[in-house]
Each structure stands twice: as C-alpha cells, then as structure tokens.
Design a binder for this molecule. Structure first.
Ligand code: GDD
Ligand code: MN
Length: 384
C-alpha cells in the first residue's frame, strides 16, 4: 500500500531499520503542549535547533486535535527531522493533562516543558540543562526573578491576576519558588516518574501541582527569563482557568482528600441548590402548583442548570457539544430521575412532617445531588 504524500515510506526498509537502531536516545525531551499553534511550530523547532547545538534533544508536541491543523503541521516537520514527535489526543482537552502525557511518553533522562507560542526563551534551555547536570532536580524559568517586577509579556489585567494568584498559592501552600505558576521548567525523569500518578490532569498549573505534591524535597533552582509577547494565535487562559486554579489550591490544601473535579462539582451543586430554591419559591408563589409538583419542577430546573455548568467547567476537558450535549442532557435527566424521585420523596416526607419548606427543599436537592454526581462520571461524561 502507498499513502499519498508520505516520503517516509520511500526510505529503504533495511536502511531505515539500521538508522533507527543506531540512533542514540535523546538526553532531553522538550514537551510542548499545543492547541491551535500551527503558525508557531516551525519557528519553535528552528529556535530549539539554534539554542541547543550541544545537547541531544527531541521535541514532543502534544496536541489536543487542534482545529487549525497543528498536528498535521508538526507531522510534516517530523517527516524531515527525527527529533520531532507528535502526540495527537482526541476527545480530550487540557494543558496539564497533555503535559503529563508528553512527559510520560519520553524516555530521556531529563524533560523540559515549554509553551508552543514562542513566549518562553529557548536560550534558557541549555542553562537549565547545565543546572540539572550540576545536581538540580527541577529548574524553573521564572518571570519574577526579583520577586516584584511583573512580566512584560502580559497585559495589565493578567499582570495583576498573575501577581495575585502567585501570592495566594505561596501563602496557602507555603511554596517558596518565586514563580510557581510558570509554564517553563525542566525536571529529572526520576522525579517525574515518582510524582506523575499524583498529579491532576485538569487545569493549567502543572508546575504548581508538582511543587505542592512533591514531599521528598526536590532540589529546585530558578533562572530568570523575559516572558515574550505572543506572536501568533491567542492565549487559551480564560475565566474558567481561574476557577480551576482555585480548585487546585483547595485540593492541595486538603492534602488531596478532595479532587479538583469533586470540588468543581460541589461548587456547581451549591449553585444548583440556589437555583432549586429560587425555582421552588417561584413555583409556590404562583399558587398554581402544590408543593410536590413545585419541588419536582424545581429539581428539573436545577438539573438543567447543573448539567450545563458542569459541562462548561467540571468536565470542560470532556465537554459535550452539539448533538452530544443534547444526548448528554437527556442521559443526565434519565439517570438523575432516580435521584429526583429520592429528592422529591425526601422533601415530601419532611414537608409533611411540618418542617420548613426550605429545609425540606434543601434536603431533597442534596439527595438528588449525590445521584447526579454518580451519574455524571459513569454515564454522561464517561471517558472516551
Ligand atoms: N494540548 C493542549 N491542550 N495544549 C494547550 C491547551 C490544551 O487544552 N491549552 C493551552 N495549550 C497550550 C498552548 O497552545 C500553548 O502552547 C501553551 O499551552 C500555553 O497556553 P497559552 O494559551 O499560550 O497560555 P498563556 O500564555 O496565557 O499562559 C502561559 O504562561 C503562563 C505564565 O508562564 C501558560 O504556560 C501558563 O501555565 C503560565 O502560567
Ligand atoms: Mn502563551
């Protein structure tokens, strides 16, 4: 069989095998998570090539099936350069998850993590590698070398937000590094292997997760660099990333007793209780509905709210879209109807017992929420 456009297949089979067998393993894998960075990939590879003439490196792009064709662009580059690899993930999203997957796909003794948009200074990589050779376990590219000056590559709002977010996590999680939110660092393979099972695949802040998770005392070195402005494409950091970030801090502050996903779900559930009570009050005020029907209607209002908010936030990495979202909503209703029965039953019992309408309503809604949680992970947002 011949595939169109594939020069790789034209290489003599034995020659190709020989070349593979003889090629030494890379010393360093640079992991580059990408989402819509097609316009930056070639430039980044050139920059790496210039910056590390004395290191046997490879670059692993981990692309979440970007609609702009980043994976195809990387594959094209890789056809002419064995140092380039591409992992294309389907049906999943997330910077941290992609980074972890890339680090684990590498066999090099040292891995670096770097953004794919040329904001990180590639010249730092060789110096980071030097620090690892001298005994560091983790080298961080810091944007706050003097602990003060905000990074110039961010706009005013992001500068404030970044400083604020850094201050919170340093205080709450007692982290000493000047820039625990940096997306640019290098780490020894043994450290990655030891920590990886405990890291969260959700969120943007993998370095903070590593720093908060490691208990064995990594030798950390920081090197300052100038965070450049993005040249092509857009940042993917949005408001939801901020909520995910706060959940990561909470998860770490509870010693991982609660997962980020559970915290987000609980947050959504709490907002659902408010929706539920408002709907219940409205239903009762109309006077047209008896308590039981008003409670049932309020449950559906809250379930619909919970579904869409969870789809946006809690399960953004597996977000259902279009017809999938409609099916998801229906399956959410279907499985949760058991929860609703329990909800209405409990509320009805308590209300009949002369309890306040709002205590009865809350108890019923909480009962329903437990069912909703089980339903989301098993049926509605099951792993692809
Ligand atoms: N695979 C994958 N999946 N990659 C992603 C995703 C995703 O869901 N979201 C973003 N990326 C990639 C981008 O394509 C880029 O290469 C890199 O992750 C950083 O994303 P940006 O959207 O450019 O983030 P930023 O510049 O706003 O923030 C960066 O810098 C901050 C300061 O160093 C990130 O590295 C932050 O984590 C960091 O705090
Ligand atoms: Mn960026």
């Amino acid at each position: 069989m011949r595939l169109a456009g594939s020069e790789v297949l034209e290489v003599e089979p034995f020659a190709a095998e020989w070349m593979l067998a003889q090629r030494p393993a890379p010393q360093l894998s640079v992991i580059v998570p990408t989402f819509n960075e097609a316009g930056n990939a070639a430039e980044l590879v050139k920059a790496l090539d210039r910056a590390m003439p004395d290191i046997a490196w490879e670059v692993i792009f981990v692309d979440d099936d970007s609609p702009d064709g980043t994976a195809a662009a990387v594959r094209q580059l890789a056809a002419g350069d064995h140092r380039i690899r591409c992992i294309r993930r389907i049906g999943r999203r997330g910077l941290s998850g992609a980074t972890i997957e890339g680090m684990l796909a590498s066999t090099a003794g040292v891995v670096a993590v770097m953004d794919g948009d040329l904001q990180h200074d590639e010249a730092l990589l060789a110096r980071m590698f030097g620090e690892i050779a001298k005994g560091a376990d983790l080298v961080i590219g810091t944007r706050y070398a003097d602990g003060q000056t905000p990074p110039s590559g961010l706009n005013a709002l992001r500068q404030k937000g970044s400083a604020w977010a850094t201050a919170i996590c340093k205080r709450l999680l007692k982290i000493r590094a000047t820039d625990p939110l940096s997306g640019f660092f290098m780490i020894r393979r043994e450290a990655v292997d030891a920590i990886a099972p405990k890291l969260s695949t959700q969120g943007f802040k993998i370095l903070l997760d590593i720093l908060a998770t490691q208990k064995t005392g990594l030798r950390v070195v920081e090197l300052p660099f100038e965070f450049r402005a993005r040249r092509s494409g857009q940042s993917k950091l949005d408001e939801l990333v901020v909520i995910e970030y706060l959940s990561l801090i909470l998860a770490k502050a509870t010693g991982d007793a609660l997962s980020i996903r559970f915290i987000l779900f609980a947050f959504v559930g709490a907002s659902g209780v408010v929706v539920h009570l408002l709907a219940l009050k409205a239903g009762l005020a109309l006077g047209a509905l008896v308590f039981t029907s008003a409670q049932a209607a309020a449950s559906y209002a809250a379930m619909t709210w919970n579904f869409f908010l969870n789809n946006q936030l809690t399960y953004r990495d597996r977000r259902l879209k279009g017809l999938g979202a409609l099916k998801g909503l229906l399956s959410f209703y279907a499985v949760c109807s058991v929860g609703t029965l329990a909800n209405v039953g409990v509320a009805h019992l308590m209300y009949g017992d002369q309890t306040n309408w709002w205590i009865a309503g809350t108890a019923g809604a909480l009962m329903g929420a437990v069912f909703n949680y089980a339903a989301t992970s098993i049926v509605t947002w099951r792993r692809a």
